[in-house]
Design a protein around this ligand. Structure first.
Ligand SMILES: O[C@H]1[C@H](O)[C@@H](O)[C@H](O)[C@@H](O)[C@H]1O
Length: 655
């Protein structure tokens, strides 16, 4: 990225000299003992000033810091004390509860479905409706959330989302039939869509630039945390076969109510208020959020920016058409939507959903154990998102996303190879039992386990002789429980297990399961820190204020639309291309995503939201060609209004 030093440096010499004056007074005063860190702070401050006089710092000019590690530490301490009041964290955590609910409500349904389909005799169509109804509703409300955010503000949108989450969970926990369940799932989905597009925007708008990436990424940490918590709740309540699903689906009312009550007292985004002309209120809230720091500079910069934007782009016509006709926002929209599309095309939700099967392939026989192991998958996703939170301000968005997607592509190839090897040694079918009268016998046409497992109506019944599969047959699955066959030797789970028979639905016994397992683990390790959170983080910061709600609405809408598309087509894709074909396809999409991100995603780390538009002034997708400049970027930290050059290998970019 071509980032000129001068753009990043805001020298406030007035405040610098007043700081020095104050320090000198303290130095002269024998009563005020000055810590050694502070002395080195003054020394370095003075040498910094003389350097300023001699032309200012340039590339490689960090020598004035000398060995003053103390300066950096003291400066950081100062910065943290002065510039990050805990109120920002309170705001971020309360809003990120929206991410938690997004994760919980999308994750909990798989466990709930195991119980529901038995109790309400749900067929495949209804199971699909209950899962996809939520995601579909999220797509619609994410798109509509743009207007809602623009007109009523971020706070109102978050309040509405938490009200919808609460109402939906109550309906779900008391539902008596499948129609009520569906309406509850749709209401929850409407909440998810609004939360998914509003929360990152709100957090980005209230955060100081140096913490913005980290705090917005915390929202994705809450999403994956919600998914993990849901998998644990699924495990716990699976022991309550009758009404367990009511608890699973109803529990999310608690965080939803907490968020709703919290937001009754939490403030609106000051940026949105300034845009709406409510400047007095905006100033008050901004200074409340920034604690004891002066806000004049930030306030003026937001206000001037809004005025300039209005002059430049005008305010006539729908926002989306203004975005499309104004090149920087058009480019930002392409980058934002592209990121969200590639996130889903890399197959994250298929991998998460399919993890239990991959684990079963590796020899986990017990269903309940598979549910618990699936929570290990969700936990891995969660923990590695935490690494993303840590890395985002260190290595920046661009490198993190590129590294993550490169690793994800390799993991997908390993996963696909695992399935390919397994398919090649797929056990043959040795028995062709005759179906009882009136029973479906179409499964008996398959000659190997591979064909049998790809047919959603069939399962594989077999015995093991040491490590060889023997006496195998392909028979229809019991519609009420995928753990048993509809007829034949594998009909009664307890009985056939006693007879040392095995039943494999959706997978085949294979000696190459470890390859798939390795691919699964690598996938999560690489995906979670970058491709999981960065699309949300980057989208929250790349649009100018006038286009932010609409930009995020479109990109979140794209995320949800591709989420539905990938999940709904997975089984068909696997049927036509087989499993390894499907995973090779996702690897191909991830590879395309890599090229797109390399060319089109600029680094936004450390920039003020108001500065980011300028990153899209160049022709689209020329970022890769400017990469060589990246090493020359110099980073500063400001102490009471002054900037200090950090050592080159210090990754902090505190402004
Ligand atoms: O960023 C999130 C996260 O990675 C989740 O694990 C995934 O389920 C979502 O679809 C995605 O948007």
């Amino acid at each position: 990225m071509n980032r000129k030093t001068s753009e990043n440096v805001e020298y406030t010499l007035r405040s610098l000299s007043s700081l020095m004056g104050e320090r000198r007074r303290k130095q002269q005063d024998p009563d005020s003992a000055i810590a050694s860190g502070e002395q080195s702070l003054i020394a370095a401050t003075e040498s910094f000033c003389s350097l300023q006089g001699s032309g200012g710092p340039g590339p490689g000019s960090n020598t004035y810091l000398g060995d003053s590690g103390d300066l950096e530490r003291a400066a950081r301490r100062q910065f943290q004390q002065n510039e990050t009041p805990s109120f920002v964290y309170v705001l971020s955590v309360f809003s990120a509860l929206g991410g938690f609910l997004f994760g919980y409500d999308t994750g909990v349904v798989s466990g709930a479905m195991l119980l529901l389909k038995r109790q309400l005799s749900l067929d495949m169509l209804w199971q699909e409706l209950l899962v996809s109804g939520t995601v579909g509703a999220a797509a619609v409300s994410a798109l509509a959330g743009g207007a809602l955010n623009g007109v009523f503000g971020r706070r109102a949108a978050i309040l509405l989302a938490s009200a919808l989450f609460t109402a939906g969970s109550v309906v779900l926990s008391v539902a008596q039939n499948k129609e009520t369940l569906l309406s509850g799932r749709v209401v929850v989905g409407l909440g998810i869509g609004i939360a998914s597009m509003t929360v990152p925007v709100y957090i980005a708008e209230v955060s100081p630039p140096n913490l913005r990436g980290r705090l917005v990424t915390v929202n994705t940490l809450f999403i994956t945390g919600g998914q993990f918590f849901a998998s644990v709740v699924d495990g716990v309540f699976s022991y309550l076969p009758k009404d367990g699903w009511r608890y699973m689906l109803g529990l999310s009312a608690i965080p939803a109510i907490i968020q709703f009550l919290g937001f009754l007292f939490l403030p609106e985004s000051p940026r949105w208020l300034i845009q709406k002309g409510q400047t007095q209120k905006a100033r008050r809230i901004l200074s409340q959020i920034r604690g004891n720091q002066t806000i004049d500079e930030e306030y003026d910069s937001i206000k001037n920016n809004i005025e300039e934007e209005e002059k430049e782009v005008g305010s006539a016509g729908p926002v989306i058409s203004r975005m499309l006709t104004y090149p920087p926002t058009r480019r930002a929209l392409i980058v934002g939507c592209g990121l969200q599309m590639f996130q889903q095309l890399s197959g994250i939700n298929t991998i998460m959903y399919y993890s239990a099967t991959i684990l079963q392939m590796s020899g986990v026989e017990d269903d309940r154990l598979a549910i618990w192991l699936a929570s290990v998958t969700a936990f891995t996703n969660f923990i590695f998102t935490l690494i993303g939170v840590w890395l985002v301000e260190k290595v920046g968005r661009r490198k993190l996303t590129l590294g993550s997607l490169a690793g994800t592509s390799v993991a997908l190839i390993i996963l696909a190879l695992g399935f390919l090897l397994s398919a090649q040694v797929s056990p043959q079918i040795s028995l062709k039992p005759t179906a009882p009268s009136n029973q479906n016998s179409s499964c008996t046409k398959y000659s190997s386990c591979d064909g049998c497992m790809l047919d959603p109506g069939c399962g594989f019944c077999y015995k093991m002789n040491k490590s060889d599969v023997v006496d195998s047959s392909c028979v229809p699955v019991n519609k009420a429980s995928a753990n048993e066959a509809a007829w034949g030797r594998c009909t009664n789970e307890t009985k056939f297990k006693a007879e040392e028979l095995f039943w494999a639905y959706n997978f085949c016994p294979t000696p190459y399961a470890w390859t798939a397992l390795l691919g699964l683990i690598l996938y999560l390790v690489f995906f979670a820190p970058g491709m999981g959170p960065m699309p949300w983080t980057v989208n929250s910061e790349i649009y100018p204020l006038w286009a932010r709600s609409t930009g995020n609405a479109c990109s979140s809408g794209i995320n949800w639309i591709f989420n539905v598309l990938v999940s709904l087509t997975f089984l068909h894709t696997a049927e036509y291309l087989t499993y390894y074909g499907a995973f090779f396809l996702y690897a191909g999409f991830a590879g395309l995503g890599l090229i797109f991100i390399y060319g089109c995603l600029p680094e936004t780390k450390g920039r003020k939201l108001e500065e980011i538009e300028s990153l899209f002034e160049n022709k689209l997708c020329t970022c890769g060609t400017l990469d060589s400049d990246e090493g020359r970027y110099i980073e500063y930290i400001r102490v009471k209004g002054s900037n200090y050059h950090l050592s080159d290998n210090d990754a902090s970019d505190v402004e």
